[in-house]
Design a protein around this ligand. Structure first.
Ligand SMILES: *[C@@H]1O[C@H](CO)[C@@H](O)[C@H](O)[C@H]1NC(C)=O
Ligand SMILES: *[C@@H]1O[C@H](CO)[C@@H](O)[C@H](O)[C@H]1NC(C)=O
Ligand SMILES: *[C@@H]1O[C@H](CO)[C@@H](O)[C@H](O)[C@H]1NC(C)=O
Ligand SMILES: *[C@@H]1O[C@H](CO)[C@@H](O)[C@H](O)[C@H]1NC(C)=O
Ligand SMILES: *[C@@H]1O[C@H](CO)[C@@H](O)[C@H](O)[C@H]1NC(C)=O
Ligand SMILES: *[C@@H]1O[C@H](CO)[C@@H](O)[C@H](O)[C@H]1NC(C)=O
Length: 281
C-alpha cells in the first residue's frame, strides 16, 4: 500500500471513530438475561434481614449467592444491595417504596455533574446517589476482596433506583477500570441532559435500558423542557407484551421505540410488570 493511501485510510478510520461516538452494548441482550436481572433487582425490595441471610422470596432464584449487604439511606429513601453470584458482584437499587411520591415531588432541576463540562443532571436522583456512594464503594471493595474470582460487576436498578443506578454505573466504571462493568435498568426515568448521556456512553457501552410497553416513567422528566433531558442508551422496548422486544438505536431517544407511545395510553401497571415479573419482593 502506498503511504498516501495509508494516510487516507488512517484519516478515514479516525473520522469514522469520531462520527460513530455512540456504540451499542457489546454484551448481547436476550429475554433470559433480562429476566435474570429483573429478578435480582427485585431482591432489593425484600426485607433487609432476609436479604442479609439470603432467605428472602426473591433470593431463592439465586441459591448460591453470598456476602449480601443492604446499604440504605433513610433520609433520601435510597437502598442498594450488593451480593456475589456466579463470579459477578451485583449491585441493585430498588425504587422508592411508595411508587408515586417521587414523581410528584420531582426535584428535577439540574445541577452540574462534576468534571464533565456542560453535563447537567437531575438534582434529586444525583443527591440520592451521593447519599450512599461511599458505602457502595466500600461494599464493592469488600465483595471483590472476598471473591478473588469475580471478574464482573453488574449494576441494576428499577424505577427511582434505575436513575440512582445510572450514576452508580458511572462511578463504578471510574472506580474499577480493570473490571468489566455491565448494567441494566428497568423503567428508568431520564437522569440528565444530552451531554451527560454522551459522556455516559463514551465511558460505558454495556447498558441495556429496558422499557415495558406503555410504562409512563421513562417519559419523565419530559425531553423537551428548558432542562433538555435526554435518555442514556441503549433502550430495549417491549411494545406489545412481555415476550417480543425491539433493540432501539443508540441515540438514547429512538423515536420509533417507546418515544412513539401516545401519552394518553400511558399505563402505570406496565411500570410494575417488567418481563412478566410482577414487582416487587
Ligand atoms: C432505616 O430504616 C430502617 C427501617 O425503618 C431501619 O431498620 C434502619 O435501621 C434505618 N437505617 C438507618 C441507617 O437509620
Ligand atoms: C449462573 O451459573 C449457572 C451455572 O453455570 C447457570 O446455570 C445460570 O444461568 C447462571 N445464572 C446467571 C443469572 O447468570
Ligand atoms: C473531579 O476531579 C477532581 C480532581 O481531579 C477529583 O478530585 C474528584 O474526585 C472528581 N470528582 C468526581 C465525582 O469524579
Ligand atoms: C407478542 O407480540 C408479538 C407481536 O405483536 C406477537 O407476534 C406474539 O405472538 C405476542 N406474544 C404473546 C405471548 O402474546
Ligand atoms: C435513531 O432512530 C431515529 C428514528 O427512530 C432517527 O431519527 C435517528 O436519526 C436515529 N439515530 C441514530 C444515531 O441512528
Ligand atoms: C393497563 O395494563 C393492564 C395490564 O396490561 C391492563 O389490565 C389494563 O386494562 C390497562 N389499563 C388501561 C387503562 O389501558
Amino acid at each position: 500500500m502506498k503511504p498516501a493511501s495509508l494516510l487516507l485510510l488512517l484519516i478515514f478510520a479516525y473520522v469514522s471513530i469520531l462520527v460513530r461516538g455512540n456504540e451499542p452494548p457489546q454484551n448481547p441482550y436476550s429475554s433470559q438475561y433480562g429476566i435474570d436481572n429483573v429478578l435480582m433487582n427485585y431482591v432489593a425490595y425484600c426485607d433487609a434481614e432476609q436479604i442479609i441471610d439470603w432467605s428472602c422470596y426473591r433470593c431463592q432464584n439465586f441459591p448460591h449467592a453470598t456476602n449480601a449487604k443492604v446499604i440504605q439511606n433513610n433520609e433520601t429513601s435510597t437502598r442498594g444491595i450488593i451480593t456475589t453470584y456466579n463470579n459477578t458482584v451485583y449491585v441493585a437499587f430498588r425504587g422508592s417504596v411508595s411508587t408515586t411520591d417521587w414523581i410528584e415531588n420531582f426535584e428535577f432541576f439540574h445541577v452540574d455533574y462534576p468534571n464533565v463540562t456542560d453535563a447537567k443532571v437531575h438534582y434529586g436522583f444525583y443527591h440520592s446517589w451521593l447519599s450512599v456512594s461511599e458505602e457502595i464503594y466500600a461494599g464493592i471493595v469488600d465483595s471483590l476482596k472476598q471473591c478473588p474470582d469475580c471478574n464482573k460487576i453488574t449494576v441494576l436498578g428499577h424505577s427511582y433506583g434505575a436513575a440512582v443506578s445510572t450514576f452508580c454505573t458511572v462511578s463504578v466504571v471510574n472506580w474499577f477500570p480493570n473490571i468489566n462493568v455491565y448494567s441494566m435498568t428497568i423503567g428508568s426515568p431520564r437522569v440528565g441532559n444530552d451531554v451527560f448521556a454522551q459522556y455516559y456512553n463514551s465511558i460505558h457501552r454495556n447498558n441495556w435500558r429496558i422499557v415495558n410497553q406503555q410504562d409512563p416513567v421513562p417519559h419523565l422528566p419530559p425531553e423537551y423542557t428548558i432542562y433538555e433531558y435526554h435518555h442514556v442508551p441503549n433502550e430495549v422496548w417491549y411494545p406489545n407484551n412481555v415476550t417480543t422486544y425491539r433493540i432501539c438505536n443508540d441515540s438514547g431517544e429512538d423515536k420509533s421505540c417507546s418515544d412513539s407511545v401516545d401519552p394518553l395510553k400511558y399505563n402505570t401497571s406496565d411500570h410494575l410488570d417488567y418481563l412478566g415479573q410482577r414487582c416487587c419482593c
